[in-house]
Design a protein. Structure first.
Lengths: 206, 206
DNA sequence: CGTATTATTATACGCTTGAACAACTACGCC
DNA sequence: GGCGTAGTTGTTCAAGCGTATAATAATACG
């Protein structure tokens, strides 16, 4: 009896593939569907290999969560251009693909439901959340300053809370029931709503 | 050898207790912590009893989800008073206890992550969501009409989407990081933001 | 080309799970 | 006050879980 043949992959690639397989499992069947055997099947390897790269199932889930958060926030945190362009891009990015889709929500919700249980996940979560909100607060401060408006910390904070909430909520609605909204309806709703909150128009990209 | 003594409870009470125990398990340890054995321990009965009241574990989870949604929406859908009072109450209720707390979020997120997997849960979800948004749209239409403002369906819809998003998002922020906000900060942020969106003050309750 | 290294497979173990079912006991009824 | 009903218990079962480990095959290297 012979064993099946296999490919020896570089460590980075293999780890990436395993995490990707984990995310696929979670997106398709929830956290309960992400068993080591299912992950292995999805990655085209056998279950034992997972423990060669990760000390436990907990660990691969934690690293998978890091990837999820990074994908939800990294693009928005790297916007460039004038203050208007950056604020606008931030809004658009968070409400369009690939950030806003049902898979993102599935992944996000699966992990959120464990954040209150697993302290390690909670730490990863807090880090990502604070980074996101600080980025938004910075964009707002620059935007207000560029208009010569009041950019006092208290006002920035209050505005950031409201806008962050609005973006989160619209992202949620879009992910949960994207088919109920027309193309870009959420984006235009967000833009006009935020303009109303700030009391200023946001110049479109050139 | 004798068995432990037990109490024969009325069906409604027993079912209620079992569902309550299920929610406790989910809130404390996530969906994975809601095993039939754990639920039984929490309810003070033995595992076999659960299958006397529910045909499967899936079924008890579905009924538990119905309870979760009902608690998140029933209070807000029953506000009374003038249009201003009703709109204000709607906002306050959704951002204060018992709707807004970390337990609610844990339960909500646990189930949301399964909504895209289980069609039965998806149906329960859609029903609750539409009810909530219709209630909000009705409140807005009444509010706008009471001021003699444009209450055209398109405007109501657009406003409802934005306000619904804002409420969802702030609810989320409050549940996830309630300790980062001062008492009633979210409520006042929501009220002033929504006033800005509508372009009208909302009269406080008498 | 032969050999050392290690990534990967294959198998096994102990445990928990959802489910099934027979035995038992609380309680309503006459 | 005994009896029948059915709510409840206790036990069992197969399947699937995370983990451990020995055997094996792919690759790097002299």
């Amino acid at each position: 009896m012979s064993r099946r043949s296999f490919h020896r992959a570089p460590e980075a690639e293999r780890r990436h593939d395993l995490i990707e397989a984990t995310l696929d499992c979670i997106a398709e069947a929830g956290l309960q569907g992400a068993t080591v055997r299912q992950i292995a099947i999805k990655a085209g390897v056998t279950a034992g290999l997972i423990r060669h790269y990760f000390t436990s199932k907990e660990q691969i889930l934690q690293e998978a969560y890091r990837v999820v958060i990074a994908r939800l926030t990294e693009k928005a945190e790297r916007v460039t251009g004038t203050p208007d362009e950056r604020l606008r891009s931030f809004i658009v990015i968070n409400l369009t693909e690939p950030v806003a889709n049902s898979r993102s929500l599935s992944l996000w919700a699966s992990f959120i439901s464990r954040v209150s249980v697993d302290p390690e996940l909670a730490a990863i979560h807090r880090e990502g959340y604070l980074g996101f909100r600080n980025a938004l607060e910075g964009l707002l401060a620059d935007f207000l300053a560029s208009r010569g408006l009041d950019a006092a910390p208290a006002r920035c904070r209050s505005l950031a809370i409201a806008i962050n909430g609005l973006l989160d909520g619209l992202w949620l609605e879009g992910c949960l029931a994207g088919e109920l909204f027309e193309e870009s309806e959420l984006v235009s709703t967000a833009l006009s709503s935020i303009e109303a909150l700030i009391g200023q128009p946001i110049a479109p990209a050139a």
